[in-house]
Design a protein around this ligand. Structure first.
Ligand code: ARG
Length: 459
């Protein structure tokens, strides 16, 4: 393709070293889409005939069918997906020798990748909502189950298990939002930027952008505004990898909660057999491997993000061949994030909640110590003083080896005179939960409101 200037051929080692078709062939569908739009534009401005355009289009469609059927012969000697397709096309359709008019692989690959991001963001968004729906279903099915919420992994205060599930849903929804923004940032057409300085030929960039769907909400074409930036910029790659990495972090935290909850020590949930494995040595074992892999994949997704950041960091403008290394981490981030989301959804769909174990854990009256302090506040005691008094009451119960709610009125009054005969009323869990009425709180009215909100958003 660029042989004119050369008298010697690249060495076999160089071909092996520099080829990217082994991984960028997955861009074929976008590359063909881009070439068809480019040919249409060339015909529109009169740089090729309509007949040539139609021959190019038909030839590209045929090649795409062959690729999809696995019948296309990829050749690593032709370096990348772009040259493989162009060469195969030119062999069959002589007019294709005009296809690369006013185009470089630099703006071509930038366009292919932006099309890739627009599609894959939508795929991941759909998967996030799939996992979200599975999450919402377990939340709805267990709306009456209470568990201790934790800080420092120490029991803190009672919350509905569903409130915990909905916290995960908030995390996933932010990931969804980030992908929407990434797709929006991808939605600018670089085609026409050429190698880096555009072209001397009279092309119509807006035509190509429109043909490829690079348009704003009102259908106006969105074309990149600087030819040098357009071929050098890899921001969207990094944003995409970042969105995947953060999704991975969220999935990892969810997985960690599930691993703890599925342990004998907690016993709040049982993970489905389909997502657990046994031990080759210990017959009793049932290991949460899927969750552990979710945790592990998060590291890999962060690695991909770091690879891309490091790749671009010291590069002079504009295109440098280093940039060919941008694709494997992006593809891997997409593939792994997609898999992880499917696994989470599958696991949640058959998650079993052990209501008995949850009830036993949340029965500890010490979880309502803060409510007891609030009780004193309602009697006019300053919060700091109330906190001190309840702390002393908790210590007293410990010293006497009784549950907090089994101390006598005389005992608690010896700590603070504001305690009255109604003090044990604080230990009614349902009543304690009902008091949490504010937005974002775990009370039953709020919980119902949130479940309804999510239903509306996810259906
Ligand atoms: N395979 C190349 C890449 O992914 C395409 C662009 C090549 N451009 C060039 N000037 N060698 O980066």
């Amino acid at each position: 393709m660029w042989g004119g200037r050369f008298s010697g051929k690249p060495s076999a080692l160089m071909l092996k070293f520099s080829e990217s078709v082994s991984f960028d062939r997955r861009l074929a569908v976008f590359d063909i889409q881009g070439s068809k739009a480019h040919a249409a534009m060339l015909a529109h401005v009169g740089l090729i005939t309509k007949k040539d355009r139609d021959a190019i289009r038909a030839g590209l469609d045929k090649i795409l069918r062959e690729i999809e059927a696995g019948r296309f012969r990829w050749n690593t000697r032709l370096e990348d997906v772009h040259m493989n397709i162009e060469q195969a096309l030119t062999k069959r359709v002589p007019a294709a020798a005009r296809l690369h008019t006013a185009r470089s692989r630099n703006d071509q690959v930038a366009t292919d990748m932006r099309l890739f991001f627009k599609q894959t963001c939508a795929v991941l968004q759909a998967k996030l909502h799939g996992a979200g729906r599975a999450l919402l279903a377990v939340a709805e099915a267990n709306r009456d189950v209470l568990i201790p919420g934790y800080t420092h992994l120490q029991r803190a205060q009672p919350v509905p298990l569903a409130h915990h599930f909905l916290a995960w849903l908030e995390m996933l929804e932010r990931d969804h939002q980030r992908l929407a923004e990434t797709a929006d940032h991808a939605n600018w057409c670089p085609l026409g930027s050429g190698a880096m300085a555009g072209t001397s030929l009279p092309i119509d960039r807006e035509f190509t952008a429109r043909a490829l769907g690079f348009v704003d909400r009102r259908g106006r074409p969105r074309v990149t505004q600087n030819s040098m930036d357009a071929v050098a910029d890899r921001d969207v790659f990094i944003e995409f990898a970042s969105a995947c990495a953060l999704t991975g972090v969220h999935l990892s935290r969810i997985a960690e909660d599930l691993i703890l909850w599925a342990s004998a020590e907690f016993g709040f949930v049982a993970l489905p057999d389909a997502f657990c494995t046994g031990s080759s040595l210990m017959p009793q074992k049932r290991n949460p491997d899927a969750c552990e892999l979710l945790r592990g994949k998060a590291a890999r997704l962060q690695g991909n993000l770091h690879t891309l950041l490091a790749l671009v960091k010291g590069l002079p403008l504009t295109y440098n061949r280093d940039l060919q290394e941008d694709k494997p981490p992006v593809f891997d981030s997409f593939d792994q994030t997609a898999l992880c989301l499917d696994v989470l959804a599958g696991m949640l769909a058959d998650l079993e909640v052990n209501a008995g174990r949850c009830a036993a854990a949340v029965a500890d009256p010490a979880l309502l110590a803060t409510d007891l302090a609030d009780y004193l506040v309602r009697k006019g005691v300053a919060f700091r003083e109330a906190h001190q008094a309840v702390g002393a009451v908790v210590r007293l119960a410990e010293q006497n080896s009784v549950r907090l709610d089994r101390l006598t009125l005389a005992q608690v009054r010896s700590v603070h005179p504001a305690f009255a005969s109604d003090w044990t009323g604080m230990f009614n869990l349902r009543r304690a939960m009902a008091k949490r009425r504010g937005t974002g709180m775990p009370g039953p009215v709020q919980l119902q409101r949130q479940l309804t909100r999510w239903r509306r958003m996810l259906d």
